[in-house]
Design a protein around this ligand. Structure first.
Ligand code: ADP
Ligand code: DAR
Length: 370
């Protein structure tokens, strides 16, 4: 295998993947073909497409192997693919476009994501003013700094560069967004666990990300920024270069969304983000391209949750996604469900949040009618 970028360029130039990587890819694909998997990778990476893509390499030296290793190692993936760098969305577009079309509600190759539009502040209300259902609400978006690969392609130095650029930007935020940055290297395991358990921070435990080589050089370049009351948080170099998060107890979606919109407006003036002409803002995962917004409530729906199969069907019709209370790939604890918008692409920011707003209100209506 190439020992580093210089070695790879000397061995096989910029035109095709290193032969050792292709041999590894072929071996893993052969094994994957016998695996039982419902992932979109399994559905769309045909042998014909595999042969067409296996020798390709981006200018960041990312290959098909870097993108699909997570799905080969985790057949229980839903997608099974992460982009190794922004160029992967075009170079391996015959694969990514199918996954994106299916995940984001039939977003066809001919479709174009709309310009960013957060709408005007003060247009959204509290989803649960009486506090009967919603424990807490969180709205996050993902951003990638322009000119860098994603986790699978980042060097040690690039992790530190990204961290420095983001820290310089967030420490200039004003008003209620003012706060402080802490690097994970400066935290004890107990401090990290406390923040993870309170849903403020992430940790190095996602096997899908691990299989995608997203945890190399950990904890270098990793950390988080937070304001005084931890209602505004920025994750640095978790799955994406940047996750910008607004969250608080209760269901006041309007307050939380407006805070995030204000933060993005300020960050847009300080950082340059990777934006694709057709897919909008780019992220490591194809589920997060476009607006990158996931707006979620931690909500108790005891009546609807008695029949999870039926609830999942209703959620799908409302373009909602249900996760466990610990986030993705976790179970629901204490009857708390994480309910959020599913699609993030093909709609403006304002339309995405309206879709989530309307979906959650419908679930609350149905819960109350039981
Ligand atoms: P992401 O939303 O960033 O894609 P996860 O689904 O893993 O990733 O959630 C990240 C963290 O945010 C988890 O600890 C999860 O419990 C927490 N979280 C998500 N939604 C809410 C919410 N509405 N209230 C409180 N914490 C939340
Ligand atoms: N585990 C991967 C990711 C799916 C979407 N979630 C992200 N990007 N965190 C899968 O294919 O299941």
């Amino acid at each position: 295998m190439p020992c580093n970028r210089k070695c790879e360029l000397e061995c096989c130039g910029k035109n095709h993947a290193h032969p050792a990587k292709v041999r590894q890819l072929e071996c893993k694909f052969k094994k994957f073909q016998f695996a039982t998997s419902d992932s979109l990778l399994k559905k769309y990476l045909t042998s014909k497409l595999f042969e067409e893509l296996k020798w390709k390499k981006t200018n960041y030296l990312m290959t098909l192997l870097d993108c699909v290793l997570t799905g080969f190692e985790n057949p229980d993936s839903s997608m099974g693919v992460y982009a190794g760098c922004p160029e992967c969305y075009d170079l391996f577009g015959d694969l990514f476009d199918e996954l994106i079309r299916e995940y984001h509600g039939d977003f066809k190759k001919s479709a174009v994501h709309p310009p960013m539009d957060w709408g005007e502040p003060g247009q959204l209300q509290d989803l649960d003013p009486e506090g009967k259902y919603i424990i807490s609400t969180r709205v996050r978006t993902a951003r990638s700094l322009k000119g860098y690969p994603f986790n699978p392609g980042l060097s040690y130095e690039e992790y530190l560069e990204i961290e420095e650029k983001i820290v310089n930007a967030v420490t200039e935020l004003t008003d209620d967004l003012k706060g402080q940055y802490v690097g994970l290297r400066d935290m004890t395991p107990d401090e990290i666990d406390l923040m993870v358990d309170s849903h403020v921070l992430y940790k190095e435990s996602d096997r899908f990300l691990n299989a995608a080589n997203a945890y190399r050089y950990w904890p270098a370049g990793r950390g988080y920024f937070y304001n005084e009351d931890k209602t505004f948080i920025v994750w640095v170099n978790e799955e994406d270069h940047m996750r910008v998060i607004s969250m608080q107890e209760g269901g006041n979606l309007g307050e939380i969304y407006d805070r995030l919109a204000k933060a993005i407006q300020q960050l847009d003036e300080k950082l340059e983000f990777e934006r694709h002409e057709r897919l909008g803002f780019l992220s490591m995962c194809p589920t997060n391209v476009g607006t990158g917004i996931r707006a979620s409530v931690h909500i108790k729906l005891p009546n609807l949750a008695e029949d999870m199969g039926s609830l999942e069907k209703i959620a799908e019709e409302l373009h909602l996604q249900i996760r466990g209370s610990g986030g993705e790939h976790t179970a629901s604890v204490g009857g708390i469900l994480d309910v959020s918008n599913k699609r993030r692409l093909g709609l403006t920011e304002r339309e995405v949040i309206q879709e989530m707003n309307d979906g959650v209100l419908e679930l609350i209506r149905l819960e109350g009618s039981k």
